[in-house]
Design a protein around this ligand. Structure first.
Ligand SMILES: *Cc1c(COP(=O)(O)O)cnc(C)c1O
Length: 344
């Protein structure tokens, strides 16, 4: 069977997402989904959608969605690129901005999809070792000749770099004419402003976002990037060499409606942040080591038993969390923030 695969695919280890079981009900704290429902405005947009219009392909420029994003971000629609989840947008960054002659850099402990994209698109990479306490080595990130990509806040560590440090990285990358991609999947849960505020000043800075976590729309599959026109043009070239319509008409309508409902967004974000801080404090009091969290999850190490054992014990009690058998983090669990009741 696999002898029919291309050499590239035969040698690739795909990303493994957290499980999405349907056999019974779990307290599901393993994929950083939002525990609350999406904005009722998104549901309204779905209900009032002209179903007959599905016979047509979606809007080529996703105008309604780009305008909603541009308004929410204070940029122009031409600074926005939309994709089928931010994973797709991030994947497009590799062929768009990185070359096989120059390794792309990312932190050694980070979103493991970057490594998979690099391999899929034949881009060599350098994993920049973490500093003590899982801090990102900022100098190391920009020390190479090629591009750089990192999440801020980082996953799975939940630690956030200040905006000024992101700007230093953008500047260092610009001096050698290379791109910096900042994956802001969790920015809404942190204290720092978005790096989108730097986009007007750095033509080499691309910021990606997703509606999956902070807007509770993981199932809708909508993500986007913010950047100057040149970078957006690069992403459009990849998209139009791959799939002209990555975001469907229903998703465009529902995502635009959700983005317009800022009050609802803030209400739910604040709930998650309050529960996170409550939960982290509770873990500390029970002898866990817990990194300070700027995300909708915590990264915690039990002081009283191996991480593997706690993971298994939780699973037996129908609580799903995430753990990696990777050097340096094998004792840690990444625990998504559910409702207050679930975390209690
Ligand atoms: C969840 C996540 C994404 C992907 O989000 P989608 O928009 O659902 O594809 C991207 N980056 C990081 C760091 C994430 O944790």
């Amino acid at each position: 069977m696999t002898d029919l695969f291309s050499k590239k695919i035969a040698g690739i280890a795909p990303y493994t997402a957290g499980e999405q079981p349907s056999d019974r009900s779990y307290v599901k704290l393993n994929t950083n989904e939002n525990p609350y429902p999406p904005s009722p405005k998104a549901l309204e947009a779905y209900r009032s959608f002209d179903f007959g219009s599905l016979r047509l392909y979606p809007s080529l420029d996703m105008r309604a969605l780009k305008e909603a994003i541009a308004k929410a971000e204070g940029v122009s629609p031409e600074n926005v690129f939309c994709g089928n989840g931010s994973d797709e947008v991030l994947s497009f960054c590799f062929p768009a901005f990185f070359d096989p002659e120059e390794p792309v850099r990312f932190p050694a402990v980070t979103y493991s999809f970057y490594r998979v994209y690099a391999k899929l698109f034949g881009i060599p990479y350098e994993e920049v070792p973490m500093l003590p306490g899982f801090a990102v080595d900022v100098q190391g990130m920009t020390a190479g000749r090629g591009g750089a990509i990192l999440p801020n806040p980082n996953a799975p560590t939940s630690l956030e770099l200040p905006l000024a440090v992101i700007e230093d990285m953008a500047r260092a990358q610009r001096e050698k004419g290379r791109v910096l991609v900042v994956d802001e999947a969790y920015v809404a849960f942190g204290q720092e402003p978005s790096a989108a505020t730097l986009v007007p000043r750095y033509d080499n800075l691309l910021v990606t976002r997703t509606l999956s976590k902070d807007h509770a729309l993981a199932g809708l599959r909508v993500g986007y990037a913010l950047g100057q026109r040149g970078l957006i043009e690069g992403l459009l070239r990849v998209k139009d060499s791959f799939n002209s319509y990555p975001v469907d008409s229903l998703a465009i309508a529902a995502a635009a409606a959700a983005l317009q409902d800022e009050d609802y967004f803030r209400l739910r974000r604040d709930q998650v942040v309050r529960t996170r801080d409550f939960f982290r404090q509770g873990l500390l009091e029970r002898g866990f080591a817990v990194l300070p969290s700027s995300a909708n999850f915590v990264f915690a190490r039990p002081g009283f038993c191996p991480g593997r054992e706690l993971f298994a014990a939780l699973r037996r009690r129908n609580v799903l969390v995430r753990r990696w058998d990777a050097p340096g983090i094998e004792e840690y669990l990444r625990i998504s923030i559910g409702t207050q009741e679930e975390m209690e």
